[in-house]
Design a binder for this molecule. Structure first.
Ligand SMILES: Nc1ncnc2c1ncn2[C@@H]1O[C@H](COP(=O)(O)OP(=O)(O)OP(=O)(O)O)[C@@H](O)[C@H]1O
Ligand SMILES: Cc1ncsc1CCO
Ligand SMILES: [Mg+2]
Length: 278
């Protein structure tokens, strides 16, 4: 079988396993999009739980099959919550997803993101500006501390983040997913370019945050690269289908959740992507 066919078979297996087993992936995630993250995790067949406190994060890290840390809005308590949570996940070889939202803003976020370097997130998911900036913050090739981060929305192209994504994946030994008009997903030796989605995904907040939460759900059932690809594929599929049903963002968000829920394993695996071995 070709590499692409192998990957598609693994995607089907990941989707079916999640739909059959309702796995829990706990999150510490931002207060802007927390509800959308939970709803997206439920729509693909997972179970969601969101916490803030250190002991609760420890509990979820052990109870869940994977976990999600999203840095979008941080609180002083996160200084106690997040480093311990990331260490527990790393030490217990539990898959975890990091979304370095708003990297570059503020001293605490920078300190927390630096501390995650040694905890090697299984999947790093971000838009292009965030991936370039994280590779720079961690001192890896392909990153630059002067990426065009301005807030939480990307100011860079996905292709500009390729070197940083590959360097991050080689550091963690996991996968990196860069979102945008096309999505780039890599494990450091294979780069997939994934197509689909809709421009409306830029007009609703949290399409990226919720994608990170969905990747954590798939990471309970599949290796990091497959989990990242599966999340990316179901988002592109559901986004394209939702855009056929509406011409405005609020109803797009409703249709999008419905299409996440309705997406079939084979259709997800067959959503278009190209593979490059590097
Ligand atoms: N112009 C576009 N066309 C098609 N799909 C898109 C487009 N922009 C974003 N997407 C899709 O939207 C999802 C989120 O990507 P995006 O880059 O907007 O994340 P983000 O900036 O981190 O979002 P947020 O921070 O609001 O959660 C991905 O599935 C991506 O494929
Ligand atoms: C808008 C916004 N601000 C902090 S987190 C967040 C959600 C999208 O990343
Ligand atoms: Mg984001």
């Amino acid at each position: 079988m070709s590499l692409k066919k192998d990957i598609q078979a693994e995607i089907i297996h990941a989707v079916e396993t999640v739909q059959q087993t309702n796995p829990m992936a706990g999150s510490v995630t931002n207060t802007v999009t927390i509800n959308f993250v939970a709803n997206a995790q439920l729509a693909v067949g997972g179970s969601a739980a969101m916490v803030y406190m250190p002991d609760e994060a420890q509990f979820l890290s052990q109870a869940g099959g994977a976990a999600y840390i999203n840095m979008g809005t941080i609180e002083p308590v996160y200084e106690k919550t997040l480093p311990g949570m990331a260490e527990t996940l790393h030490n217990s070889a539990k898959p975890w997803v990091l979304d370095p939202v708003a990297i570059g803003i503020g001293e605490l976020r920078t300190r927390l993101l630096l501390a995650f370097k040694s905890c090697k997130p299984s999947i790093i998911r971000g838009n292009a500006s965030e991936i370039i900036a994280l590779a720079g913050l961690w001192g890896l090739d392909g990153g630059t501390k002067t990426s065009n981060v301005r807030g939480v929305d990307s100011q860079d192209t996905v292709s500009a983040a390729k070197d940083g994504a590959v360097a991050l994946a080689r550091w963690t030994g996991g996968a990196v997913a860069v979102s945008g008009k096309q999505d780039l997903v890599t494990n450091g030796s294979v780069v997939a370019l994934c197509h689909g989605g809709s421009h409306f995904m830029e007009k609703i907040t949290g399409s990226g945050c919720s994608l990170g939460g969905v990747m954590a759900v798939y990471a309970t059932a599949a290796p990091a690269f497959i989990a990242a690809l599966t999340g990316t594929a179901v988002y592109n599929l559901a986004g394209s289908r939702a855009a056929e049903k509406t011409d405005a963002p609020a109803s797009f968000q409703v249709h999008f959740l419905d299409e996440l829920y309705k997406a079939k394993p084979r259709d997800i695996a067959e959503n278009p992507f190209d593979i490059e071995e590097i």
